[in-house]
Design a protein around this ligand. Structure first.
Ligand code: HAM
Length: 416
């Protein structure tokens, strides 16, 4: 039986071939994301993978609603697998806002589901790091979030010549739109056209814009001028003070596809332009109010970074580390009468936090040794009874160094 298209199997290393996804690489990326987020004072949260459909139809925009995995459950509820985390976060924060001092700085690592047209870097499921800061309207919050995004990418070995954050303003685009068009029903459609400008043929863009009363040339002039708003200027200066100027540029080609953004918006791209966006986010000051039915009004800014493009980029740039097995020791049982004693010491080492493995059934010693090598154990351990006393023979598989010690010293010797 085949897995569904756009879904992934994650295998442990060593991988059967280079076309499958690695569970160890995924864990490596998750670990780096978590460390960077905590360094910035963000706390981890999570929510349900299945939500009421309504949560997404309220304000995420037609594009994402068109990609929903939705169905009616056995209790006749209209439900959807989460395509993004932001509406869940808005609901959760809204429900208990008073319990948290502002600004609220939270991160999450959800698996998300979108019925997308499959293409490079876009699947039907992905893991997405999310960081959001709620309850602060100052551009200082925008800069803090963008600095975190830069450091998340640096934490996996990428440098300023590998990626760039393209910074823009939904507010600036909104002003551009309202100066020329008073029909707010066309606003979201306009944003959608701008969002796809770089990916579509100019002629198609020209036609789509003309249909809502805009000229491609005026859009191009606006993008080219790239005049930063006061807010964006402040973000740029803030990042400059951190020594992070090389990682950002103003680029009004970015507008973001989701409907709820209200202020600064940004996307991270590889500089060679080989991949789709690595990450994207922005300010969304009205979503919490909307989702809580007006009960809570909290400004917010955040971003999401998927694992798919990032993994492809790290692989392409040779930045994935050699993933080491966590196995500390492999016990070789040569004398089966010592198996019960061996269990006692396997247990003691595991309780001391060491990864330990052994052969579940009797096997030839050379077969057991081969298995220890395959599992990349640091040590092999063999128990021996010498003149009535139980000893452990410890072999370091990297240096081939061997020593014998009283079995009581094993935990101290291996655990260290
Ligand atoms: P988004 O731009 O839809 O934003 O997704 C953010 C990132 O998730 C993308 O840049 C990409 O890395 C990854 N991603 C999205 N869709 C897919 C897919 N089908 N396959 C693989 N990777 C994908 C949001 O989702 C916003 N909710 C982010 C946000 C958080 N805004 C504020 N807070």
């Amino acid at each position: 039986m085949e897995r569904l298209p756009g879904f992934r199997d994650f295998y442990p290393e060593p991988l059967p071939n280079q076309d499958v996804w690695s569970a160890d690489v995924r864990q490596y990326i998750f670990d780096r994301w978590r460390v960077a987020a905590r360094n910035y004072g963000f706390c981890e949260y999570d929510g349900p993978p299945l939500e009421p459909l309504e949560l997404y139809t309220v304000k995420s925009g037609e594009e994402i609603v068109g990609q929903l995995y939705n169905f009616t459950d056995k209790g006749e509820r209209a439900v959807a697998l989460r395509p993004e985390m932001t509406p869940t976060l808005a609901r959760m924060v809204g429900a208990h806002e008073r319990n948290y001092k502002k600004p609220i700085k939270w991160f999450a690592l959800p698996q998300l589901f979108r019925y997308e047209r499959q293409q490079k870097g876009r699947l039907r499921e992905h893991f997405q790091f999310n960081a959001d800061l709620l309850g602060e309207t100052s551009p200082a919050a925008d800069a803090e979030l963008i600095a975190l995004l830069i450091d998340l990418l640096r934490a996996v070995g990428l440098k300023s010549d590998d990626f760039v954050i393209r910074l823009s303003s939904r507010q600036a685009w909104r002003e551009f739109f309202t100066k020329r068009c008073q029909d707010s029903a066309k606003e979201y459609e306009f944003y959608q056209i701008i969002d796809k400008l770089e990916r579509e043929e100019p002629e198609l863009n020209r036609q789509k814009l003309a249909a809502i009363g805009f000229q491609l040339s005026e859009i191009e002039d606006f993008v080219k001028a790239g005049q930063p708003t006061a807010e964006l200027q402040s973000v740029i200066e803030n990042l400059g003070a951190r020594g992070l100027s090389d990682f950002v540029k103003i680029d009004y080609n970015v507008i973001r596809g989701l409907a709820y953004y209200t202020g600064s918006v940004f996307e991270a791209f590889d500089r060679k332009g080989q991949f789709r966006a690595i990450a994207g986010g922005g300010r969304y000051d009205h979503l919490v109010k909307l989702i809580t039915g007006g009960k809570t009004d909290l400004s917010a800014i955040g971003f999401g970074m998927g694992d798919v493009v990032l993994t492809e980029l790290l692989r392409e740039r040779n930045l994935l580390p050699k993933l080491q097995s966590a196995l500390k020791a492999f016990f070789i049982i040569e004398d089966e009468t010592l198996r019960p004693e061996t269990f006692r010491w396997i247990q003691a080492l595991r309780e001391a936090g060491c990864g330990v493995d052994y052969s579940l059934t009797p096997a030839k010693p050379d077969k057991q040794f081969k298995r220890a090598l395959e599992l990349k154990a640091t040590f092999t351990i063999k128990l021996e009874r010498v003149e009535g006393a139980l000893q452990a023979r410890l072999k370091n598989l990297a240096t081939r160094e061997e020593k014998t010690l009283p079995v009581g010293d094993l935990v101290a010797a291996v655990g260290a």
